[in-house]
Ligand binder design. Structure first.
Ligand code: PGA
Length: 250
């Protein structure tokens, strides 16, 4: 079952990035004070390069926009080069005119994680909710750090990472060894993500094909967190042909 999920299949990762960047530019052009959701990981890296390029070429200003990120490693502060705050500054925020004080990333060093997570949820609500949130997907179907089994109504909280996620993030792209990867993270919940008005999930490469097929064509189940987007009213998956390779319905 595909539910409401809309599908865009692109020829390659570059085209995926251009399609997604185009959505962000259009969103901010139509509503300069948009609340934007961002993700980390290798999949959206090209999208961020494209957003910065397009914003400059088309003179689109992010100066009134606000942003929220999906998650942050627990125990890393924002200056750590593997923290998601650092990633966002380096890959995107330093290259567009978004105001640093309007960018929100969970504080991985917060003294009281419950208070940090509750405040994050309250801040999203207080600014009127997220207009457009981009997501990646883990090989195990996770979205943000909502690992299999995460409840559909889960909220921002301290979570443990699965071995599959630790292994994926220590393959040399980010951390070099599994022992370097934090075991926990602060993550927005599936309920937090489902509250966004528009969701765009990006996936590229054959390693993601199975998770994508299960998310779109499998049952709505907490075993595959991305399948919990099937009943979202405005969710688009932008895939390259490799990530779409195991879909029966294409
Ligand atoms: P990736 O991670 O983009 O680095 O593959 C995606 C995710 O784990 O959500």
């Amino acid at each position: 079952m595909a539910g409401n999920i809309k599908l865009i299949v692109c020829r390659n990762p570059d085209e995926v990035a251009k399609r997604c960047a185009g959505l962000y530019i259009e969103q901010v052009r139509n509503k300069p004070e948009s609340v934007l959701g961002f993700a980390t990981g290798s999949t959206p890296e090209k999208t961020y390069v494209e957003i910065a390029k397009l914003a400059k070429a088309e003179k689109v200003s992010f100066s009134k926009a606000l942003s929220f990120n999906l998650d942050e490693y627990w125990g890393l502060d924002g200056d750590h080069d593997q923290s998601y705050r650092y990633f966002m500054n380096e890959r995107l925020f330093n290259h567009i005119d978004i105001r640093p004080w309007n960018t929100n990333v969970l504080n991985g060093k917060a003294r009281f994680p419950e208070i940090e997570c509750r405040a994050y949820e309250e801040k999203i609500v207080s600014v009127g909710g997220v207009d457009l949130w981009v997501l990646g997907i883990g090989n195990n179907g996770h979205i943000a750090f909502n690992e299999p089994g995460s409840p559909v109504d889960s909220r921002t909280r301290l979570v443990s990472l699965t071995q599959s996620t630790i292994d994926s993030n220590s393959d040399g792209r980010f951390f070099k060894k599994a022992c370097e990867v934090p075991r926990c993270a602060l993550s927005t919940g599936i309920g937090t993500i489902r509250d966004a008005r528009k969701l765009v999930l990006l996936a590229t490469g054959a390693k993601k094909a199975e998770a994508i097929a299960k998310a779109i064509e499998g049952p709505f189940t907490t075993d595959v967190p991305a399948s919990l987007l099937q009943d979202h009213p405005d969710c688009t998956f932008i895939l390259d042909t490799d990530a779409a390779g195991k879909l029966k319905s294409r």
